[in-house]
Design a binder for this molecule. Structure first.
Ligand SMILES: Nc1ncnc2c1ncn2[C@@H]1O[C@H](COP(=O)(O)OP(=O)(O)OP(=O)(O)O)[C@@H](O)[C@H]1O
Ligand SMILES: [Mg+2]
Length: 449
């Protein structure tokens, strides 16, 4: 196996020694740079993890990071910060650093963070970053589907959008919660005001309050200037809290206070700031259950859950699959400069039979993969991932003995009816059944033309 390459950028000899001790096993290769020019020479895209001090003689760590990122956009970096330099830590996370660690650090924690990056366990960077989605228009045009259940959901979105009510969007992973949150915003009277999206699960606790509420100059060691928080920036607009169940209890109470009192105080300030912000939250866990387990504040739950928009899993609206599949086919064909414009019947049959635990996102990935791998203008079933093909053969064995017998009877009757142009009398004769038995079966098995 290839050695994992760790690149340390720090001028302190003592830190070099600590790293040499932690990464002495032959699983790792340690490269050390003491300044900017060494860092630039030593860095290659083969480096698995870079660890850099924020204060490097002659230039700032952030400056070096920006330069390294130009040559290696995928660079994975952890910053070492002096105690209390929270302000700069926020900067590094915004710029796309994976994490930060305060000096003096705990060796085990450092190694743990590095190993997590190597294993790819850090969630995509974009989730950590504050996403300000201005001028991006999501009406309902990009929401594909025609099922009754989706239409009902969209009409709820439409009527809720214009109100100022808090909205809680629930649904399994990949059902389109973020898409619906943006649609709610874009159909609201606040659509020309800011929309901020925050993923609660990946912002370190220590940063979260400062990000939300801002701070004043001197609130902590590195707070050199006043800094506005998201609540203040989003005044008159909307904040979307994605995966709200992950908020820590302290932040939960603070958010509750802003919702109730429409005001807050930045860290280190006794000035009260009034804001008018609409909150939309989303979760894929059962928040009510979290409340029962004392992991989520009940009062906050009720404040958020004034309107609940529940997105149905894809397996409950299979009639949307063909439309969605066509949509993603076009999208990825265009994106990849390919001319795939056809889905063959067998491919579609598998799509319709599969249970889609990852919902629309999984369907999207399946189509994307198919388009990329295809060598003709048609998607054929061999372009499907094995789990979909294999789960189909398991489906045949689904259901109890009686259920499967009924399914078999149903197929027999439908076949006979189709052969006889749905003339019941002839189909019944074909199968050698009594007319009464035949019509009873049709009724019980819910068979219609
Ligand atoms: N009705 C739809 N029409 C077109 N695309 C959709 C639809 N619903 C979801 N998608 C697409 O599916 C993907 C997943 O949607 P989204 O990110 O909104 O799901 P989510 O519920 O937030 O998932 P998670 O819980 O994993 O965060 C996105 O690429 C989104 O654009
Ligand atoms: Mg989401």
């Amino acid at each position: 196996m290839r050695k994992k390459i760790i690149h340390l950028i720090d001028d302190e000899k003592i830190i070099h020694e600590i790293f040499k001790r932690i990464f002495k096993s032959n699983e790792y290769e340690l490269i050390i740079s003491e300044n900017k020019s060494q860092a630039k020479t030593h860095h290659t895209p083969d480096v698995d993890v870079t660890i850099m001090d924020l204060m490097i003689p002659g230039s700032s760590g952030i400056e070096i990071f920006k330069e390294l990122k130009k040559s290696d956009p995928e660079i994975k970096i952890i910053f070492l910060t002096a105690y209390g330099t929270i302000e700069s830590a926020i900067e590094t996370i915004k710029l796309g650093a994976e994490d930060y660690l305060q000096k003096p650090f705990n060796n085990i924690e450092l190694k743990h963070k590095i190993d997590r990056i190597i294993k790819g366990e850090y969630i995509k960077k974009e989730n950590i970053q504050l996403k300000m989605v201005l001028n991006q228009r999501f009406s309902f045009n990009n929401i594909i589907g025609k099922s009754r259940i989706l239409m009902k959901t969209l009409s709820l979105v439409e009527s809720v959008a214009k109100t100022n009510s808090t909205v809680l969007i629930t649904g399994e992973s990949g059902t389109g919660k973020e898409l619906i949150a943006k649609a709610t915003y874009n159909n609201s009277n606040r659509k020309n005001d800011p929309f901020f999206s925050l993923n609660s699960s990946n912002i370190p606790d220590a940063l979260f309050e400062s990000i939300l509420f801002g701070h004043t100059k001197g609130a902590f060691t590195s707070a050199y200037t006043d800094k506005k928080g998201v609540f203040e920036e989003a005044d008159k607009g909307t904040i979307f809290f994605d995966e709200i169940s992950n908020l820590n209890p302290e932040t939960q109470s603070k958010i509750l206070r802003v919702i109730q009192e429409k005001e807050f105080q930045p860290l280190g300030s006794n000035k009260t700031i009034k804001v008018d912000v609409r909150i939309i939250a989303a979760t894929n866990v059962d928040l009510k259950k979290r409340v029962e387990e004392n992991k989520f504040r009940e009062d906050l739950y009720y404040r958020l859950n004034i309107i609940n928009i529940n997105l149905p899993p894809l397996r409950e609206r299979k009639e949307d699959i063909p439309l969605l599949a066509e949509h993603f086919l076009k999208k990825y064909s265009k994106e990849n400069n390919k001319n795939v414009n056809n889905i063959d019947n067998k491919f579609m049959k598998y799509l319709l039979n599969y249970s889609w635990p990852g919902n629309i996102r999984e369907l999207e990935n399946t189509l994307q993969r198919g388009v990329i791998l295809s060598t003709s203008n048609t998607l054929t079933y061999d372009l499907l991932p094995t789990e979909i093909i294999e789960s189909d053969s398991k489906n045949i064995l689904k259901g109890s003995y009686n259920e499967q017998i009924d399914e078999f009877k149903k197929q027999l009757i439908i076949q006979a009816l189709e052969k006889n142009n749905w003339v019941q009398k002839s189909a019944c004769k074909n199968l050698g059944l009594k007319p009464t038995t035949f019509s009873e079966l049709m009724k019980r098995l819910n068979i219609h033309k």
